[in-house]
Design a protein around this ligand. Structure first.
Ligand code: BYC
Length: 316
């Protein structure tokens, strides 16, 4: 009698992961994999559009026309990143409206970093250098994540992020060669943004509920602590080029490990911020909710136009 070999869909899925093949929207995938991707990609998208707010704060006050044009382009890039990511999440079966709803009602998170204020022009440099630097460290490996639409969106995002990081570094380099007041302003910005940037990588591996499973699914390629260490090693070197210090008395090269040691991170502060009690959480969510309400007439007009076009096409 002929034997028919039946391959379970989860075996096909695991086999694809093993062979480094991408999982595509129409492929079978375990429900928890789908839900993890929806959570991570939508939170990433929310971070991009909330991330426009602290930087947008300085567009009208940038110190020159050139700086204004660069910042404007950067903030527009973030909106584009949000769009690619929302579109990637939609391929998993969630609507954009639902994702916005989850942001507005506090069910979905966005990056802790955007709940801190931008107090001076130097903050735009520190955000570029440290925040975009941390983002690149986290996001370059995401170009190789196992879900096709997310991986492809990340390739384009990373190209733009590296320009963002360089513009931040260049702002700080300019300030470091400026007057004593400009140097002091830049050092103050670095002091305020350093620890929140370290928190961007998420909780330590030992208390990260999702890392292990996401590594097995090849959504994450490095753990939170591995990426944080790479970030410290790079920034410690770059800080000396800029001539600024990092606000960590325990930061020290360790010849045995081949890495920089660093001091303890204030995880209480991180938990406060991700639970809605950071310095700007309320302001950021209020701004997003207002943008949604103010945009209602645009959504209605677009829908009415689409309906008209459909009726016209049906009558033709
Ligand atoms: N902030 O088990 P874990 C950007 C949450 S955009 C807030 O490690 P996971 C940029 C986490 O969501 C930056 N929440 O989770 C934009 C989870 O909570 P839930 C955003 C955080 O997912 C504009 C819980 O803590 N980048 O750079 O395995 C201008 C436990 O964490 C944070 C991305 O989104 C945080 N920092 O790992 C400039 C990249 N950290 O969901 C720059 C994609 C953790 O269970 N995302 N949480 O309620 C990722 O790579 C991963 O989702 C994370 C966290 C590494 C962030």
């Amino acid at each position: 009698m002929e034997t028919v070999e039946i391959t379970c869909p989860d075996q096909v899925f695991l086999d694809k992961l093993d062979r480094e093949l991408k999982i595509e929207p129409k492929d079978w995938m375990p429900e928890p994999y789908r839900q993890t991707l929806i959570r991570q990609i939508s939170q990433h998208a929310h971070s991009e559009i909330v991330g426009m707010l602290p930087e947008g704060n300085w567009i009208t006050r940038a110190p020159s026309l050139k700086r204004k044009a660069i910042l404007l382009a950067k903030v527009q890039d973030e909106a584009g990143h949000g769009l690619y990511l929302y579109a990637a999440a939609e391929t998993l079966g969630i609507s954009r409206e639902k994702m916005y709803q989850q942001l507005h009602n506090g069910k979905a998170k966005y990056s802790s970093i955007f709940n801190y204020p931008t107090l001076s022009w130097a903050d735009i440099g520190a955000i570029g250098w440290l925040v975009d630097g941390a983002a690149i460290m986290n996001q370059v490996p995401l170009c190789r994540n196992s879900y096709g639409p997310y991986a492809r969106a990340m390739v384009r995002i990373c190209k733009e992020e590296s320009f963002h990081q360089r513009q931040g570094f260049e702002i700080l380099l300019t300030l470091s060669r400026g007057t004593p007041q400009q140097r002091a302003m830049a050092q103050d910005a670095v002091n305020r943004w350093w620890w929140p940037s370290m928190m961007m990588f998420g909780p330590p591996d030992a208390s990260s509920p999702h890392t292990q499973q996401s590594m097995r699914w090849k959504i994450k390629r490095f753990t939170n602590d591995e990426l944080r260490q790479k970030f410290v090693d790079i920034c410690a070197e770059q800080a000396t080029i800029l001539g600024f210090s990092l606000p960590d008395p325990l930061l020290k090269w360790n010849a045995t490990t081949g890495h920089f040691d660093f001091g303890p991170i204030n995880w209480d502060e991180f938990n406060q911020v991700i639970n809605g009690n950071g310095p700007c959480n309320k302001e950021r969510l209020d701004a997003r909710r207002k943008a949604w309400d103010d945009g209602e007439w645009v959504r209605e007009a677009a829908e009415a136009h689409a309906a008209k076009q459909k009726t016209k096409a049906a009558a033709a």
